[in-house]
Design a protein around this ligand. Structure first.
Ligand code: GCW
Length: 666
C-alpha cells in the first residue's frame, strides 16, 4: 500500500511539473521556469493548516516540484495579523520555516523562496519578514465583452466570454499563478469604458467562474461598471445617485453579486470622463456617485476605485482638470472609496511630472494608476522597461507631509493605518503566446507586481531577477541586458519627446509622431500643437503663473522649483515653460541644438541596443532571440521616424540648421 501511495505521489508530481519543463521556448512560461527536481530533496510539512485549504496545497505542491533546498515547514499563525498577507521566513539548521497569518502569505513566501533559488541569491541566514506595501495590488484589464482590448497590443482578451462559464481555458490558471508569483492579488476584468451588460446575470455567472479559478491564487475579482446601468439595465428613469430607486437598484445588484461571489472585490468606475456617464449628469458630485456605490458594497467589505482621470472639453489647461474637480471634495468620500489617480496629470506620457492630486487631498484615500500596456510607448513593438518610470513617480517628492512625503509615502500602507491602500496598473496582457506581445514587455508586468509588493526595490534589482528567471543567469547576458533595460525608458523619451515635450502622438492610435496634427474645428486639447506650442520664438507649454498656472497645483516648495526655468529639472522644462530656441541649457547648447542632440541620441542608442542584443545570441534560445531582434529592428526604424518627423517639423519654427555632426534626416 505504501509503495502504491508513493508511486501515486511521484506520478502527481511528474504530471504537474513536466509539462512546464518541456514546453517550447515561446515565452508562454513567462518568468516561471523553475527547473524541476529529480526527486524530493526534503520534506514539506504543514503545521496548523486545514487540509482542505487549496492555496496551501498549491504552495506545498510548488515546493515539492521545484524546491531543492531541504526541509520546509509551513505554519499558519492566525494571530500574526501584523503580517497582513505577508510572511516571515527563517532558517534553523537545514530547515526553512515559513510563517504566515494566511495561506496566501505562505504561497507568496514559496514563490519568494523559489525566486531566490532560481536567481542564485541564497537564503539569508538571519531570516526576514515581508509585508506588502499596498493592501490591494490590482491589474486593470481594458477588455471589452466582444473580446477586443482597448489599447491592447498582445492579441485578444484572455477572457473567453462565449465559452464561460462552462469551458475554462487553462490560461486562467496560468494567469492566476503568474500573478500570485509576484504578489498581485486583484484583477478588474473589463474595460473602464464599461458595458452595462457585464452586470447582467448571464455575465455575472461567467465572472463567478473566473473568480472561482483565481481564488486559489489569492486573487479577488473586481469589475468596471457603467454608471448608467440602473437606467440601461434596470429600466429606471435615470441613474441619479440621490434617487432612492437607483440606490436600491445598486444594493440589490451588489447583493446578487455577493451571493455568487462571496469574496467579490468591488467596482472600478470611470465617470464623467471622455463621454462616460456619471453623477455630474444629474448635477451631483463625484463624491455623491462614489458614496452611493460604496454604501451598497460596504456591508460585504467591497471597495470602490473611483477614477480621477476626468477629461472633457475645457478652455483651461487640460493638465489642471482632475485637481480642480476633486480637491474641493476632499474628506467627502466614504472609507471604502479609493481615488484612483493616473501617475501624471495628462495621460501616461513617456514622461510627466507626478499628478499633483497625489500630493493633495489629505483626507481622501488615493491610489496610483500606471499603464503597462504601451499606448504611448511604441505598443508591443518597442523595448521599454518601465520600472524606472514607476520608480521616478513613486520617489517623487510631493512635500505634502514635509520632506520625505514622496508619492510612495502618500499612497502606501506606511502612513495610513486603518485605511485600505491600493495600487493599479493597466494590463498589457492578451492571448498572444508570450502574453504581452514583446518578450520584454513581460518585464513590465513583473516589475509592477514586485513594486506593488515592495516599492523600495530598485529597478536594477527587479530587472536582474527577471532576466535570470526569464532567460539565463549567465553573467555576460545579465549585465548587458540589464543595462539595456535600465536605459530603455530614457532612450524612448529621447527619440519620442525629450525635455518635457508631450503628446506629439498621431491622432487616435497614438503610435507614431504627428506634431503637426490639426483637425479644423476639432477640440484644441486633441491637437499636438496645444501641447508643444512651437512658434518662431520658442517651444513648450507655459504652465507658470504667467501661463496656465498649473504649477500652482503643486506644493509651494515644488511650485517654486518647477516654476522657474533655472531650477526646473531639464527633463520637464518644456512641460512647464515656453522657452526660447536660443535658451542656454546646462550642457551649454541652445535649446534647439540640445533638442537635435536628444533626438539623435535616442536613435543611436536603439542602434546600440541592436548590437548588444546581437551579441547575446549564443546565450539564449533561438525563437526568443529572433523575436526580440525583429522587434528591435522595428524600434530602430520608428526611432528614426520620430526624430525626423519632430526635428523637421520644429525646424520650420526654429529656422536653424540641424548640427552638422548629426545624422541627416531621411
Ligand atoms: O489614455 C486614454 C486612452 C483611452 C482610455 C482613457 C482612460 C480606456 O486613450 O483609450 O480609455 O485614457 O484611461 O480612461
Amino acid at each position: 500500500m505504501r509503495y502504491i501511495m508513493r508511486f501515486h505521489f511521484y506520478l502527481v508530481i511528474i504530471l504537474y511539473c513536466v509539462p512546464t519543463a518541456l514546453r517550447a521556448e515561446d515565452g508562454s512560461q513567462l518568468w516561471l521556469r523553475f527547473s524541476k527536481q529529480e526527486k524530493p530533496v526534503g520534506t514539506v510539512q504543514i503545521i496548523k493548516g486545514k487540509s482542505t485549504d487549496v492555496t496551501l496545497a498549491l504552495a506545498k505542491q510548488e515546493l515539492e516540484c521545484y524546491w531543492k533546498g531541504g526541509d520546509v515547514i509551513l505554519k499558519l499563525d492566525p494571530s500574526r495579523k501584523d503580517l497582513k498577507d505577508g510572511y516571515q521566513i527563517s532558517q534553523h539548521e537545514n530547515q526553512v520555516y515559513v510563517i504566515a497569518g494566511q495561506s496566501v502569505g505562505i504561497l507568496y513566501a514559496v514563490y519568494h523562496l523559489l525566486r531566490l533559488q532560481e536567481t542564485g541569491a541564497g537564503i539569508p541566514r538571519s531570516g526576514w519578514v515581508e509585508i506588502p506595501a499596498y493592501d490591494i495590488r490590482v491589474l486593470n484589464h481594458w477588455d471589452n465583452l466582444d473580446g477586443t482590448i482597448e489599447r491592447g497590443y498582445a492579441g485578444h482578451s484572455l477572457w473567453n466570454w462565449e465559452e464561460l462559464p462552462n469551458k475554462l481555458s487553462p490560461r486562467y490558471e496560468q494567469y492566476g499563478r503568474a500573478n500570485a508569483s509576484i504578489g498581485i492579488n486583484a484583477t478588474v476584468l473589463n474595460n473602464v469604458n464599461a458595458s452595462s451588460d457585464l452586470l447582467k446575470k448571464e455575465y455575472l455567472i461567467k465572472v463567478k467562474a473566473l473568480a472561482d479559478v483565481f481564488r486559489k491564487y489569492g486573487i479577488k475579482v473586481y469589475v468596471s461598471i457603467n454608471f448608467s446601468a440602473p437606467k440601461n439595465l434596470g429600466g429606471l428613469a435615470n441613474s441619479d445617485p440621490l434617487n432612492k430607486d437607483v440606490q436600491h437598484w445598486w444594493k440589490s445588484k451588489v447583493k446578487e453579486i455577493y451571493a455568487l461571489i462571496p469574496d467579490f472585490g468591488g467596482f472600478l468606475v470611470k465617470a464623467n470622463s471622455e463621454g462616460q456617464p456619471g453623477p455630474q449628469d444629474y448635477g451631483r458630485t463625484h463624491a455623491d456617485g462614489a458614496n452611493m456605490l460604496a454604501d451598497a458594497l460596504s456591508p460585504y467589505g467591497g471597495t470602490v476605485f473611483w477614477r480621477a482621470f476626468v477629461y472633457h472639453p475645457t478652455k483651461d489647461d487640460r493638465a489642471k482638470q482632475a485637481y480642480r474637480e476633486f480637491v474641493p471634495l476632499d474628506g467627502q468620500f466614504r472609507d471604502n472609496v479609493i481615488l484612483q489617480v493616473k501617475n501624471g496629470p495628462i495621460d501616461f506620457q513617456p514622461r510627466e511630472p507626478f499628478n499633483p492630486l497625489l500630493g493633495a487631498m489629505p483626507n481622501t484615500a488615493k491610489m496610483l494608476e500606471f499603464q503597462l500596456t504601451q499606448e504611448y510607448l511604441g505598443f508591443s513593438n518597442h523595448l521599454v522597461y518601465l520600472a524606472p518610470l514607476f520608480k521616478e513617480v513613486l520617489d517623487s517628492e510631493t512635500y505634502a507631509t514635509g520632506k520625505g512625503g514622496t508619492v510612495a509615502k502618500q499612497t502606501d500602507s506606511s502612513r495610513h493605518s486603518g485605511r485600505k491602500t491600493a495600487i493599479a496598473a493597466v494590463a498589457n496582457i492578451g492571448l498572444d503566446t508570450n502574453w504581452t506581445g514583446h518578450h520584454f514587455a513581460q518585464a513590465n508586468w513583473y516589475a509592477f507586481g514586485r513594486l506593488a509588493w515592495n516599492n523600495s526595490l530598485s529597478s536594477a534589482q527587479i530587472a536582474d531577477e527577471w532576466i535570470r528567471m526569464t532567460f539565463t543567469g549567465v553573467k555576460e547576458f545579465v549585465e548587458h541586458v540589464k543595462k539595456l533595460m535600465l536605459e530603455s525608458r530614457e532612450v524612448a523619451v529621447d527619440y519620442m519627446m525629450p525635455l518635457g515635450l508631450h503628446h506629439l502622438f498621431a491622432f487616435e492610435h497614438h503610435y507614431g509622431p504627428e506634431p503637426w496634427g490639426d483637425i479644423p474645428g476639432g477640440r484644441p486639447d486633441w491637437m499636438p500643437w496645444y501641447y508643444h506650442n512651437a512658434d518662431t520664438l520658442g517651444l513648450g507649454f507655459d504652465r507658470t503663473v504667467n501661463g496656465s498656472r498649473a504649477v500652482t497645483q503643486y506644493n509651494p516648495s515644488l511650485d517654486k522649483i518647477y516654476g522657474n526655468t533655472s531650477t526646473c529639472p531639464e527633463n520637464l522644462l518644456l512641460w512647464f515653460h515656453h522657452v526660447s530656441w536660443n535658451y542656454r541649457m546646462n550642457s551649454g547648447n541652445t535649446l534647439w541644438t540640445e533638442l537635435c542632440f536628444r533626438y539623435d541620441h535616442g536613435v543611436q542608442k536603439v542602434r546600440e541596443f541592436q548590437k548588444v542584443w546581437d551579441r547575446m545570441e549564443k546565450y539564449i534560445d533561438r525563437p526568443r532571440f529572433l523575436a526580440v531582434q525583429a522587434k528591435l529592428r522595428i524600434q530602430a526604424r520608428d526611432a528614426v521616424w520620430w526624430k525626423d518627423a519632430c526635428l523637421q517639423y520644429f525646424q520650420c519654427f526654429s529656422r536653424q540648421p540641424i548640427p552638422y555632426n548629426l545624422e541627416r534626416p531621411i
